[in-house]
Each structure stands twice: as structure tokens, then as C-alpha cells.
Design a protein around this ligand. Structure first.
Ligand code: SAM
Ligand code: SF4
Length: 435
């Protein structure tokens, strides 16, 4: 979501005549687009603002902007702690950015942390780092209240776009050469719950949206993130299986494998149901890759609870897991829980979890050695050659050069926990973009 917002911020500034520079010292505008999901983001903001201060003294034309979730959370405190910040722009106020910059020039420091979204960030111009891939926001905000999570406080309640709006954006993207879109929402499968279909009392459904986006000519790959396991309904599985462009990958956040902790987190599923959904999904979509999010050290988590998480991770056999140490967020219920765990215990559990998942990730990737995959080339690889991505969202390195945006058929030759090694199939192995 933040990357998507950053592309829109850069797009707005570029449309206003600014050009990007790699050197902050010569910049006229510096934007720090922030995340508040874990505490280290807070610390980094104030550290970065400290580094910018002498640059601004040397270059008084510089305007410093703080955007994003921390701007929404800290509001006036940012300019109290760092009075050299010119603009604080919250998550709902991005469309006002240029106006705020102009007013800052004339009137001094500005802040807009309004509480509701009127214009979707997707309606603003974008400066994309990858011309073949685009983020498409389908809903902002979240109506859940997971006790650890700050998102509802900084992004507000769920607000969905209409299916027509999303499809129109995807059509424009396809016309501009984009072949892969990632649909974005905090809880994509409750998409539409806050809308009604015109001339009816029905709410649009996420499965319908998937089918509508799938029908856009030129889009070869559709991804989405994240679905909440609780709302993952059979019609979504059917749509995923039926839609040619919907990729064989699902990000399915587990958070914890302990039913007691899931209750404390206010996650409305339990481990048994979670695993049975996975079985259903894997049965309907062969070869699908599954990734997840897991929090270690939620307040009150016991060794037994943590072993429950390890047990579910063993059984679920995720392709990849994003593992987080619990971070107390102001304003959330869990932050006031009396039983916050000591850092050493959380660190020790975290390392055990990472070790287990690395082993499983490697085993999952080894199962692919010898198979043929379709890669979308993303650009130069870190190991020489090029880097591509499978439909299952795995990074693969190829020794031979291919242009970014090209589809290549390749054989997997080696496996590592976080990437594959592959070789293009002779002769050229290029596959046309499916239409
Ligand atoms: N909407 C998604 C869901 O329901 O699973 C999660 C979106 S959240 C932006 C991304 C991930 O950050 C979460 O899945 C969770 O694992 C992690 N996260 C959120 N709050 C956290 C906290 N207070 N401490 C540690 N990790 C946290
Ligand atoms: Fe946060 Fe996701 Fe829970 Fe919403 S569903 S409160 S975004 S973790």
C-alpha cells in the first residue's frame, strides 16, 4: 500500500514539473512516506529527519514532507519534534499534496490529516518504477479490529472502489503496456461490502471483480493481497481456478498457530479451519504457492502457544513466511496487555521460527527443480543475467539476458530458500503474452 502511495506521490510531483534526483542535498522537495505498522518505523522517521536538517540549512529552498501512516498517527507531534518539516500529509489527504506545498511556501508549515478518503490514490498520476507491473488499489481501510494492528486507526474504515472504476484503470494500464496487476486492499475479500451494485440491493463481490479484471485484454497476470482467512469464500476459490490470468499464488496471513493467541488477537478463525481452507485451495488450484504473515511474541504467548505455531507451520508447508516480532502500537488493545514478553524470549522464538521456515521454503523450491515455469522478466539480476518471476511469485535468476517485460519459458535448475536458478528453454522459449 505504501509503495502504491509512493508511486502516486512521485507521480504528482513529476506532473508538477519536478524531476527525481538521487542526491537529497540538491532536492527541492524531499518526501518521507512512512509506515506505522511496527515501532522501528517511528524511530527511523525521526532519525532521517535529523539527517535532513543540516541539508535544509544549507539549501533553504528545500521543502520536507512527511506522508503516510506515521503522519496520520503522530500529526502535530511531527512538527513539534522537527519544526523544519514543511508539510505533514496524512493517508487520506494525498491529493492535496501540491496545494500544501504551495501554501507552505507562502504561509509556513502545513498539515492535513483529514479523517476520510474522498479521492482514491489510484486516481492520481503515477511514476512507476516498473512499466510492466502496476499496483491497483481496490479498497482502502479496514473494518476489522485485530488487537495488535494500527491499520484501522491510520487508514480508517473500509472504502471500496466500484468494479467499473477498477476495470477502467486496469484497461488504461494494459493500453500503456502493463501486463501484470496486483490488486491491493487490507482485506481484499471483503471488497464491496460497503457498496451496492447500481439499481439493486446487492453488494459487489471480490470474485466478481476478479472475473472482470481477468477479462481485460493484455493483462496476463493478476495478483491480489491480502485476503483475510475468515472471509475467504468458495466463490473466490472458484474464480481463481477459472480465471486464466489470476496467478497461482495466495498470501494467506496466519498470524499465530495457537488458538488461544488467535482469540487474543481477535482473529476469527482457528488453526484447524485455517488448515482445512488451505487444503481446499490446494485441491482446487494445483501447484498454488502459499505465503503467510506470522507474529511472534504476542503479549501472553507461552512456549506451548509458540509450539502450536511451529506445528501449524510444519503442516501448512508455506512457500514463504513474513515473520514479525510483535511490536506494541499505541492505541491498539494489545499494547495495554499486562503480559508483554521480554525481548530475549521473542528473539529466541523468532529465530526458531525463521530456521524452520527456511528449511520448508528450500524443500518447497526443491520440489520445482526439473519443472518448466513461465517467467516474466523484471530486469537485471543481482547475480548477473536477469531476474524473472514465476506465476507463483517466486524470483528466478536466468544467466541469459532477456528484456524486461518479456515472458520466457524456463527450466528450474536449482533451488534456494528465497529464489530459484533457471535456464531458458532452447531455442528462445519465449511465450507470447496471453490475451
Ligand atoms: N490485512 C492483513 C491481515 O489481515 O492479515 C494484514 C496487513 S498488515 C499491514 C501486514 C502484517 O503486519 C500483518 O499481517 C502482521 O503479521 C504484521 N503486523 C501488523 N501489526 C503488527 C504488530 N503490531 N507487530 C508485529 N507485526 C504486526
Ligand atoms: Fe489489521 Fe489486517 Fe486485522 Fe485489518 S484485518 S485490523 S489490516 S491485521
Amino acid at each position: 500500500m505504501n509503495e502504491h502511495d509512493s508511486e502516486r506521490i512521485a507521480g504528482l510531483l513529476q506532473a508538477d514539473g519536478l524531476v527525481a534526483t538521487a542526491d537529497a542535498a540538491e532536492a527541492e522537495v524531499v518526501v518521507l512516506n512512512t509506515c506505522a505498522i511496527r515501532e522501528n518505523a517511528d524511530n527511523r522517521l525521526y532519525g532521517n529527519l535529523g539527517h535532513l536538517r543540516p541539508l535544509k540549512v544549507a539549501n533553504p529552498r528545500m521543502r520536507i514532507v512527511v506522508a503516510g501512516c506515521l503522519a496520520q498517527k503522530d500529526q502535530g507531534r511531527i512538527q513539534e519534534r522537527a519544526p523544519w518539516v514543511d508539510v505533514v500529509v496524512g493517508t487520506h489527504a494525498l491529493p492535496e499534496l501540491l496545494d500544501l506545498l504551495r501554501r507552505a511556501e507562502l504561509e509556513g508549515p502545513q498539515m492535513d490529516v483529514r479523517e476520510t478518503t474522498e479521492v482514491f490514490p489510484s486516481a492520481l498520476p503515477a511514476r512507476r518504477s516498473d512499466p510492466h507491473h502496476a499496483w491497483v488499489s481496490i479498497a482502502v481501510g479496514c473494518d476489522n479490529r485485530c488487537t495488535f494492528c494500527i491499520v484501522p486507526l491510520v487508514r480508517g474504515p473500509q472504502l471500496s472502489r466500484s468494479i467499473e472504476d477498477v476495470v477502467a484503470e486496469v484497461r488504461d494500464l494494459a493500453a500503456a503496456g502493463v501486463v501484470e496487476v496486483s490488486l491491493l486492499g487490507q482485506n481484499v475479500n471483503t471488497f464491496g461490502r460497503d457498496l451496492t451494485v447500481p439499481d439493486s440491493s446487492r453488494t459487489p463481490r471480490f470474485a466478481e471483480l476478479l472475473r472482470a479484471v481477468d477479462s481485460v485484454e493484455g493483462i496476463a497476470r493478476v495478483r491480489f493481497t491480502s485476503p483475510h482467512p475468515h472471509d475467504f469464500t468458495p466463490d473466490v476459490i472458484e474464480a481463481m481456478a477459472a480465471c486464466r490470468s489470476v496467478c497461482e499464488h495466495i498470501h494467506f496471513p496466519l498470524q499465530s498457530g495457537s488458538d488461544r493467541v488467535l482469540g487474543l488477537m481477535r482473529r476469527s478463525y482457528r488453526s484447524k479451519r485455517y488448515l482445512s481452507w488451505l487444503e481446499l485451495i490446494r485441491g482446487a488450484i494445483p501447484g498454488i504457492a502459499v505465503t503467510t504473515d506470522i507474529i511472534v511474541g504476542f503479549p501472553g504467548e507461552t512456549e506451548e502457544d509458540f509450539r502450536g505455531t511451529l506445528g501449524v507451520v510444519e503442516r501448512a508447508r508455506f512457500d514463504q513466511a513474513y515473520t514479525f516480532q510483535y511490536s506494541a502500537r499505541p492505541g491498539t488493545e494489545a499494547a495495554t496487555h499486562p503480559d508483554q514478553l521480554p525481548k530475549e524470549i521473542v528473539q529466541e522464538r523468532f529465530e526458531r521460527l525463521v530456521e524452520l521456515q527456511e528449511r520448508i521454503s528450500l524443500e518447497r523450491n526443491m520440489e520445482l527443480v526439473g519443472s518448466t515455469v513461465e517467467l516474466l522478466i523484471e530486469g537485471p539480476g543481482r547475480k548477473g543475467g536477469v531476474q524473472g518471476r514465476t506465476r507463483t511469485n517466486k524470483v528466478a535468476h536466468l544467466p541469459t539476458p532477456y528484456p524486461a517485460g518479456e515472458f520466457v519459458r524456463a527450466r528450474v535448475e536449482s533451488a534456494h530458500p528465497h529464489h530459484l536458478g533457471a535456464r531458458a528453454l532452447a531455442p528462445a522459449g519465449r511465450v507470447p503474452v496471453p490475451t
